[in-house]
Design a protein around this ligand. Structure first.
Ligand code: SF4
Ligand code: SF4
Length: 330
């Protein structure tokens, strides 16, 4: 089975709304950086106002509620319903599995997709990364959501800590009744940027193992989506910052277009007095326009360990935009 690349859709807007930065967990690879993203939580009023600010009725606008742990926000259920009423095409909640504030009771299955993060096929692999008891709690949350009829997906962040165990995930997903599987590659930001441990996997590991596991899951009728990471020789490089409409919103008002930039004050926009202001100084928007043989500029700046060069000095694999995905499904 071969993957299909999901091209960026200029007519689609994706709003990644971090409604708070707090979390009950302390994952080893957490991408939240309180120095950059603050420690705030948006109010119910702000949640409504910013959902209106980013809604674009002439485009398919999707919202993904994130944190921290978004279900720790007592008004998340209200935010989901408000987004649906406004007309957002899809609403997703990304959760660590603790599903606080009875969120599964307070919204209806047709109102939101629930996306669970789990980083191992058992507690022995998952819990050293995400915390003691997290595997049991998260899988209990998944079972409850599936039983209630929610559309459930699962995100597995691949790193050197759990790559060897990815192959056991398709069987677990089948057992849990999860129909969509997002394989994510670890980003070197937040806590991952601060550790001396090498968390990235090598190009050979990624290119060998991920397609095999994806095919196994797809053959079990699970829809698999994973980042392209390494471009094929004749594949064009495209930066989502130039072509797509993605907004990563933080409760301190920063709005990024590229998740790799989130560790730095390089955000394109700020929300001030509930209005979107484009920053006039140096921002990620200037970096998006730079063309280099290695592909993604931010990857070269932040994650040069992803790059390998041939003897003649040319790059072995160009790195795609981190937002370029591939899918496999029956
Ligand atoms: S669940 Fe998410 S926000 Fe919470 S610590 Fe883990 S990675 Fe960070
Ligand atoms: S990951 Fe690279 S290519 Fe994608 S938006 Fe960011 S800078 Fe552009």
């Amino acid at each position: 089975m071969k993957p299909t690349t999901l091209e960026f859709k200029p007519q689609e807007r994706n709003i990644f709304f971090h409604v708070l930065t707090g979390c009950n967990l302390s994952c080893k690879h957490c991408y939240i950086n309180p120095d950059q993203h603050g420690k705030e939580m948006v109010s119910r009023n702000t949640m409504e106002t910013w959902l209106k600010l980013f809604y674009e009725p002439t485009k398919d606008t999707n919202v993904i509620f994130l944190g921290g742990e978004p279900t720790m926000h007592k008004d998340l259920a209200h935010g989901v319903k408000f987004a649906r009423e406004l007309g957002y095409a899809t609403v997703t909640i990304d959760t660590n599995g603790y599903v606080f504030h009875d969120i599964l009771e307070r919204i209806e299955p047709h109102e939101a997709v629930i996306s669970f993060s789990l980083d191992g096929p058992d507690a022995e692999v998952n819990d050293p990364i995400r915390g003691r008891g997290v595997f049991a709690t998260c899988t209990a949350g998944i079972k409850k959501a599936v039983k209630k009829g929610f559309d459930v997906s699962l995100i597995y962040t691949v790193s050197s800590m759990n790559l060897a165990h990815l192959q056991r995930m398709p069987a677990l997903l089948e057992e849990l009744g999860v129909k969509r599987f997002f394989i994510q590659v670890i980003g070197i930001r937040g806590k991952s940027a601060a550790t001396t441990e090498r968390l990235q996997v090598t190009p050979d590991e990624w290119l060998t193992i991920i397609p095999q596991v994806a095919a196994d899951a797809a053959n079990r009728d699970i829809h698999v989506i994973y980042p392209k990471v390494f471009l094929d020789p004749n594949e064009p490089f495209v930066c989502a910052g130039q072509l797509a409409q993605n907004f990563f919103i933080f409760p301190n008002g920063r709005v990024y277009q590229c998740p790799l930039c989130e560790d730095f004050p390089l955000h394109t926009y700020d929300i001030k007095n509930n209005t979107l202001h484009r920053n006039s100084g140096l921002s990620e928007a200037q970096l998006f326009t730079l063309e280099i043989p290695e592909g993604c500029v931010m990857n070269k700046l932040l994650q040069p360990g992803n790059l390998e060069y041939l003897e003649n000095g040319t790059v072995k694999h160009r790195i795609s935009c981190c937002l370029l995905k591939q899918e496999m499904k029956l």
